[in-house]
Design a protein around this ligand. Structure first.
Ligand SMILES: Nc1ncnc2c1ncn2[C@@H]1O[C@H](COP(=O)(O)OP(=O)(O)O)[C@@H](O)[C@H]1O
Ligand SMILES: [Mg+2]
Length: 611
């Protein structure tokens, strides 16, 4: 969760509005063309109906006045009154149809937007996720993705509709009597002034409260989180967090009350202004009538037009406000989506070979974005076909980083990873990644069935049930998976009905089965033994060569009982390869490896006594 983002930029300018309008238009146009066109069509219809209402009012009054003059002829009134009633009905129907259409269009925009965002999020260079700016932006897009597309669709339709309706009203009034035009325009002024100021107040308030809102969201989330629940109880955090939340809420509510008070005062002021203006308009109209410059019917039509126009100005301003409020979301989304071309991996088309004789990392260096220190410094390692190679080293020595470079997830800053002499950067990235089965230190525990948790290693194939079982058997996971309530179909998360939670060691075995299930010539497993007990580890790794069946493996481990079975061991220190050789060679060398080995051997003997 992102707490550090500065208050949203709420600057308003015509240039920015034009740009945001254009972006909103293209977004809605590309994802919801038909409902959008229907909505615009309805708005135009609405504009015409409004204009016709003015004419109907005028006709009705003219007829009424004639009735009083030529007594008895009530029939003259029927037509204009029917017209007025019909038009009122039409605008009401339009409004209700629009609600449904608007919701549907908004949902279409949401769907298309998610498709694009996920396309980029899942393909963009992994290094991007190390950048706080990138990740914050992604989080903000995600947080707003459910509501903003609706707001954008609404804002666009409301603005276009209000412009069309205002134009229609103006034209009608000019047709009735050109001198009424200035009156009409003045009528919109109070709303324009007060609602502009109101929306300014609103965005100031939101900007002021953004930080507190995030913090409140976070504190609520922590106190309801599934993973956090145990720690909240164990540490007794509820009171502390609850108090913080109360303080924040109290501040927020105080600010809200003040803000609402300001807003309603402003609203009252606007209404008062409108009333005074209306009175003045009435006087003016009366004067125009008394001096025979204007008929009573025209004057009444003008009054109705003024009221309708004020409504349209208000709805147009709401639309513009909605677009402005979505502005930072649109910026974030655009900023995020422009990363797409880089995500496609350029024009590399060469397919990697199905297998290899030798993989070499040649003097590979790598640094994480925003870090000056190199995580890897000219590290060279070699894996021959069918070999098990181990990486050892202290925390932070670069083992995981090297594994990711070997798997093609990071590109080295200098040096290269070569498969039989060919730089892997010339291979098509997605095809190259298919050649590697990597299980991370923090592998993902999918809230899917046991079978799917293994079969995700071949996501594009159908699930081969027998092969899943075989992989599980090799990873020593078959016995406890078959014993689950619904066997391999049991969801591995209590989040779902009938779900079952595995222990840490059991999960580790499922992850290892995942690596075996993927048909890749190179298997990389980062600290596979961390959660395994000594017996499980021994059983798994003493037979690793047989289990791999001709595949090669790069294993990262702190346990020497695992490491010593490897054909070759590389010792990393501060990103450099400092020692290499077999277990016996390295122990004989008496260097860092030997030191770590003896340290653990003595600790182990103490442990086994305590066990
Ligand atoms: N995502 C990251 N962003 C920045 N630095 C990182 C990141 N991951 C690891 N590092 C740094 O790179 C170095 C090597 O880390 P890593 O490869 O994870 O070591 P190991 O797996 O041997 O414990 C460490 O100094 C670590 O702090
Ligand atoms: Mg690591």
């Amino acid at each position: 969760m992102d707490l550090a983002t500065p208050a949203q930029d709420q600057r308003k300018s015509v240039g920015r509005l034009t740009r945001l309008m254009a972006r909103s238009l293209s977004m809605v146009w590309q994802s919801a063309r038909r409902p959008f066109l229907a909505l615009i069509g309805l708005q135009l219809l609405n504009a015409i109906a409004l204009a016709l209402q003015i004419i109907a009012v005028q006709l009705a009054l003219t007829a009424l006045l004639q009735i009083t003059a030529i007594a008895g002829d009530l029939w003259r009134l029927v037509q204009p009154v029917m017209l007025l009633a019909g038009l009122t009905a039409v605008t009401a129907v339009i409004a209700s149809v629009q609600v449904g259409l608007w919701r549907y269009a908004g949902e279409l925009v949401v769907a298309v937007m998610w498709k694009r965002v996920l396309r980029v999020a899942t393909r963009v260079d992994l290094r991007k996720f190390e950048s706080a700016r990138f990740y914050d932006r992604l989080q903000r897009v995600q947080a707003n993705a459910q509501t903003r597309p609706y707001q954008i669709t609404y804002g666009l339709v409301a603005t276009i509709g209000a412009v069309a309706a205002s134009a229609a009203l103006v034209v009608t009034i000019v047709l009735i009597h050109p001198t009424l035009l200035p009156l009409l325009l003045v009528g919109g002024v109070p709303v324009l002034l007060t609602s502009r100021r109101q929306s300014q107040l609103e965005s100031d308030f939101l900007a002021r409260q953004t930080q507190s809102m995030r913090l409140r969201g976070y504190l609520t989330w922590v106190q309801t989180g599934r993973d956090e629940a145990k720690e909240v109880r164990a540490f007794g955090l509820a009171r502390n967090f609850g108090q913080r939340l109360n303080t924040l809420y109290a501040d927020y509510l105080r600010d809200l009350a003040q803000h609402l008070w300001h807003r309603s005062r402003l609203g009252a002021l606007g209404s008062l202004g409108s009333a005074i203006l209306l009175a003045l308009t009435l006087f003016l109209l009366a004067w125009l009538i008394s001096t025979s410059r204007l008929g009573i019917a025209e004057a009444a039509a003008a009054l109705v037009a003024i009221r309708l126009l004020a409504g349209q100005v208000q709805s147009g301003l709401n639309g513009v406000q909605a677009i402005f409020e979505s502005g930072s979301f649109i910026d974030d989304l655009d900023g995020f989506l422009t990363l797409a071309p880089a995500a496609e991996g350029g024009s590399r088309e060469i397919a990697p070979p199905a297998d290899f004789h030798r993989i070499r990392a040649d003097a590979v260096s790598f640094s994480y974005p925003g870090r000056s220190q190199l995580a890897l410094q000219a590290a060279s390692i070699e894996i021959n076909h069918g070999e098990v190679v181990a990486l050892v080293g202290e925390n932070g020595s670069g083992k995981t980083t090297l594994a990711k470079v070997m798997a093609g997830l990071y590109e080295p800053g200098s040096g290269a990873v070569r498969w039989d002499g060919t730089d892997v950067r010339t291979f098509r990235p997605d095809l190259f990644r298919e050649r590697v089965a990597i299980i991370f230190q923090d592998y993902v525990k999918y809230a899917l069935s046991a079978e799917e948790n293994i079969a995700v290693a071949r996501p594009d194939d159908e699930i081969y049930h027998a092969a899943v079982r075989e992989a599980a058997r090799l990873a020593d996971a078959d016995s406890f998976l078959s014993a689950l309530p619904s066997g391999y179909q049991t969801p591995l998360s209590r989040r779902f009905v009938g779900g079952h939670e595995l222990s840490g060691g059991q999960w580790q075995k499922v992850a290892i089965a995942r690596a075996f299930y993927r048909s890749a010539p190179l298997v990389i497993i980062d600290e596979p033994t961390a959660a395994l007990d000594a017996r499980a580890e021994y059983e798994l790794f003493s037979s690793l060569h047989e289990v791999l069946r001709g595949r090669s493996a790069l294993i990262i481990s702190h346990r020497f009982s695992t490491v010593r079975t490897a054909d070759r061991i590389y010792v990393l220190d501060h990103g450099r390869v400092v020692e290499q050789g077999s277990h016996d060679e390295l122990v004989a060398l008496g260097g860092q490896y030997a030191e770590l080995f003896h340290l653990q051997a003595s600790a182990y003997s103490v442990d086994s006594v305590l066990d």
